[in-house]
Ligand binder design. Structure first.
Ligand SMILES: [Ca+2]
Ligand SMILES: [Ca+2]
Length: 87
């Protein structure tokens, strides 16, 4: 667990953006959710981070999704995204 936590902090740079308001978070979620199906997939997340100029490795993505995917369906919905973003 300690390894997972430190790993998440390492890859947590995307949280640096000063997005705190719920509507801004929703806008960010929609930016990540490329096909607007209400879920962010690993591939959508990778592409969104790339658009922001942050390349993430598969290991990083796995760590982020393990951390953020509360119900374990392999995708991140707005509720999970909000919870993960707020740490
Ligand atoms: Ca999607
Ligand atoms: Ca999920």
């Amino acid at each position: 667990m300690a390894v997972a936590c430190s790993r998440t902090e390492q890859v947590g740079d995307f949280r640096r953006a000063s997005v705190t308001a719920e509507d801004e978070l929703t806008a960010t979620f929609n930016e990540f959710d490329n096909d607007d199906d209400g879920h962010i997939t690993v591939e959508e997340f990778r592409q969104a981070m790339s658009r922001r100029g942050d390349e993430v490795t598969n290991d990083d993505l796995t760590s982020i999704f393990v951390h953020a995917d509360g119900d374990g369906d392999g995708k991140i919905n707005l509720e999970e995204f909000t919870a993960a973003w707020n740490g």
